[in-house]
Design a protein around this ligand. Structure first.
Ligand code: PLP
Length: 343
């Protein structure tokens, strides 16, 4: 009789959410989808009978141009999620030591475990900030092969200063996977200097600030040697032609993206200021967000979550904490009005 491998025996499919909600503030998406007219011509020119461009050349060039970097350091993937899977399975061997920080994006531990690595998830400070010196000390205490963390962090919404990230990368021979999924909302990126390190891979995505989560497009930025290795191990046609065409076209509209970014940031600031006022009255602490979402620990997370859900508003509950994505101004207003009665 066939039996499943032990490592996947007890896994269950990922279920982001089920049911219909009027207001979705649970997945950190942008509330501003790019206008169809910006990519409709690009879609029309796609030949569905042909395999995609395996190098996603146009897409990588549009991405590189938007950030003012060289496309030779850029590799596209089917969401950064696929890149995490590739890195865990091809850049690590069974039993390799992997360091992650806690709390952080749950997929890091998931993929490292699936790759049968020896994982240590190191707790962050009490206030959820990252202690760079403690991370360096841990890296040097053992033969780690990889460190993965997000900056700014999902779910804490806190950022680590560029100089601290540089110190961490320079302190170790381990490969540092620096997930900058939310760096568009902050200003401490290492994207322009990624190629200067021999042990750094930066991940970026079109799913958050750019408003293209549906396309599943992510990127890895690294030096020539690491980039060649990523391109050699990825599956050849990992990014489909429709996504390549649409994302490449949208990425050429830098002014539109920057204008949307401003709108998301002002929505985020409004959400933060208003939630902070409610929280302060209840003795709940709320840190200034470095992303497009807020993260805090109310007195009773389950009550707030369920109460919002009953009103058709979906947010994310993570243990005793809540994570709420900045929505449109109208969505934020509804959320705040409802939360004021529940918190
Ligand atoms: C949303 C998110 C991503 C993006 O994943 P995609 O697969 O590109 O949609 C990556 N890392 C973190 C920390 C995220 O929150």
């Amino acid at each position: 009789m066939y039996s499943l491998p032990e490592k996947i025996e007890n896994l269950v499919p990922y279920e982001p959410c089920s049911g219909e909600y009027r207001i979705r503030l649970d997945a950190n998406e942008s509330f501003l989808p790019p206008d169809f007219s910006l990519y409709s011509d690009a879609l029309k020119s796609v030949s569905l009978n042909r395999y995609p461009d395996s190098t996603a050349e146009k897409l990588c060039e549009s991405f590189a141009k938007f950030y003012g970097i060289d496309a030779r350091f850029v590799t596209a993937s089917n969401g950064s999620d696929e890149m995490l899977f590739i890195l865990a399975n091809c850049f690590l061997s069974r039993g390799d030591k992997v360091l992650t920080l806690s709390p952080d994006f749950s997929m890091y531990d998931f993929y490292a475990s699936l790759a049968e690595c020896n994982l240590y998830s190191m707790p962050k400070r009490e206030d959820m900030s990252i202690d760079a010196d403690a991370v360096i000390k841990e890296l040097n205490s053992s033969n780690y092969r990889m460190l993965i963390f997000s900056n700014p962090c999902n779910p804490t919404s806190l950022g680590l200063a560029r100089e601290d990230v540089r110190r961490i990368i320079n302190s170790t021979d381990a490969l540092v996977v620096l997930d900058e999924a939310y760096m568009d909302f902050w200003d401490e990126s290492l994207i322009e200097e990624a190629q200067n390190y021999d042990n750094l891979i930066i991940l970026r995505t079109c799913s958050k600030m750019m408003g293209m989560a549906a396309l599943r497009v992510g990127f890895a930025i690294a030096n020539d040697k690491i980039t060649a290795a990523i391109r050699s191990v990825k599956s050849p046609y990992n990014v489909n032609s429709l996504s390549q065409a649409a994302a490449a076209a949208v990425l050429t509209h830098g002014d539109m993206l920057r204008s949307n970014l401003k709108k998301i940031i002002s929505s985020r600031d409004w959400l933060y200021e208003n939630m902070k006022e409610i929280c302060e009255n209840k003795g709940i602490s709320l840190s200034k967000p470095a992303t497009n979402f807020i993260f805090f620990k109310p007195k009773n997370a389950a009550n707030v979550f369920d109460g919002l859900k009953a009103k058709g508003i979906l947010i994310r509950k993570m243990g005793d904490y809540l994570r709420i994505t900045a929505g449109s101004p109208e969505e934020n207003k509804e959320l705040i009005a409802a939360a004021a009665l529940l918190l």
